[in-house]
Ligand binder design. Structure first.
Ligand code: SF4
Length: 433
């Protein structure tokens, strides 16, 4: 394996995501991010990752917004040992370049959910393989991503991606795959293809994107203007130009993403939330050991910071939920902490001005609040934990906690609250200040 660029420019380069072979330098050491294939991993792989976090990192595992797992606080000198441990359990790519472009988000219940339109795991696997092996695709920008969505209970309707493959039901009742691109504000659907042709269609669109973006490393699909989009479409094969206006209704997902997941009268999985996307590795090990003892052979990752454990009966789900609750997972729906994004803050990041997690916990005690469904607590204006706007943003500044309504961490605060006045924040927000 090569680790080209593992250290070069780490921490100073923007517009790319860390990987395992190309970790990113932060205030608390390196971030080593692992992309499990198909968004799933075995208990053995998860236990290996826990050991890495405990031995070489800060002892925590983070579940990211792209359904990846990461370990923070890793030192440069232990990287070869981390890579060897990841290689031993099949969690590493053959090159940093392949790893960087293998950015595929898959429905977390693919193949488990009897209400899904089709099982998209083969499409995702074929696409990941193509991204790994087709070196022409390695020129894609660092954050360029794909969504492969089979629909069903936990459809990925809210997840943006440069290229989207979405299962839909045709008029004849068959499953087909809609191929879409991320235009400003919407997904523009280009064509319908058969399931077996879907991964190749995504590759065709990616190659066309590279032609029109001319290798600009930070360009994303949504950055292309109307002329470039028209040019991209002209470069596609005829099979992807056959539909001039493809419209369909997205079937909304159940929204029941935490706790017991049932479909057609039977248990299929249990969803376990990680507060702020983080769990201590020893607690995760306890949960995984319990899952293994129940004969469970895989764990599924989601982009909304919920881990899914497939179960075949309600009793196994209840057993896992009880163990997970004792380990610090969120096991019930509508928990206020799941509405809050918070970066590690000043305890872990040199850029942080505030202790984000304690402020988030204090704010959660005042929730639910009318009209507030998303809160972002950010250690500084960079806003690492959330790219989308939130109903309320509490952001660290040199002079205190900035309060922003309906905005992002980089926006100018409406009000600054002194650090020793945190208890006043909920009342201030409720008053609309
Ligand atoms: S938002 Fe700021 S404080 Fe938080 S992790 Fe990012 S750089 Fe660090």
């Amino acid at each position: 394996m090569s680790a080209n660029g593992a250290m070069a420019g780490a921490g100073s380069v923007k517009g790319w995501c860390p990987g395992a072979l190309k970790p990113m330098q932060t205030g608390d050491g390196l971030i080593v991010r692992v992309r499990p294939r198909g968004g799933m991993l075995t208990p053995t792989q998860m236990l290996a990752l826990c050991r890495i976090a405990r031995t070489y990192g800060n002892g925590h595992i983070d579940l990211t917004r792209r359904a990846n797992l990461q370990v923070r606080g890793v030192r440069n000198e232990v990287l070869p040992r981390v890579w060897a441990a990841l290689a031993d359990c099949g969690l590493i790519d053959t090159s940093a370049e392949a790893e960087a472009v293998r950015n595929v988000l898959v429905s977390p219940l693919a193949g488990l959910d009897p209400t899904e339109i089709c099982d998209v795991r083969p499409i995702a696997a074929a696409l990941e393989q193509e991204l790994e092996q087709n070196q022409a695709l390695w020129a894609l920008p660092g954050k360029f991503g794909f969504v492969v969505d089979g629909g069903g209970l936990l459809a990925l309707n809210e997840e943006r991606a440069d290229i989207c493959l979405k299962a839909i039901r045709t008029g004849s009742g068959d499953a087909a795959i809609a191929v879409g691109i991320d235009a400003p504000g919407v997904t523009e659907w280009l064509a319908l293809v058969e399931q077996r042709a879907a991964h190749a269609a995504a590759v065709d669109v990616a190659i066309a994107f590279l032609s029109v973006s001319r290798g600009e490393q930070r360009a994303r699909m949504r950055d292309l203007g109307a002329g470039a989009i028209a040019q991209l479409k002209r470069l596609l094969p005829a099979s992807l130009q056959s539909v001039s206006e493809l419209r369909f209704d997205l079937i909304s997902s159940s929204g029941n993403s935490i706790g017991a997941i049932t479909a057609q009268g039977r248990s299929i999985a249990v969803g376990l939330g990680l507060p702020f996307g983080r769990i201590k590795s020893d607690r995760l090990e306890t949960l995984v050991a319990e899952a293994s003892s129940l004969g469970i052979h895989e764990l599924r990752l989601s982009p909304w910071r919920v881990l899914y454990v497939p179960v075949e009966c309600m009793r196994d789900g209840e057993t896992l939920s009880d163990v997970a609750a004792s380990c610090g997972f969120i096991t019930g729906p509508r928990h206020p902490l799941m509405a809050i994004d918070a970066c590690p803050g000043k305890s872990a990041c040199v850029s942080g001005f505030i202790d984000t997690r304690s402020i988030a916990h204090a704010f959660a005690e005042a929730m639910p609040m009318a009209g507030i469904s998303s809160v972002h607590v950010s250690g500084c204006g960079k806003g690492c934990a959330r790219s989308k706007p939130a109903d309320v943003v509490l952001v660290g500044t040199p002079s205190g906690i900035g309060v922003i309504r309906n905005g992002a961490a980089s926006d100018a605060p409406h009000t600054i609250v002194a650090l020793d006045d945190v208890a006043r924040l909920p009342a201030l927000v409720k008053s609309g200040a």
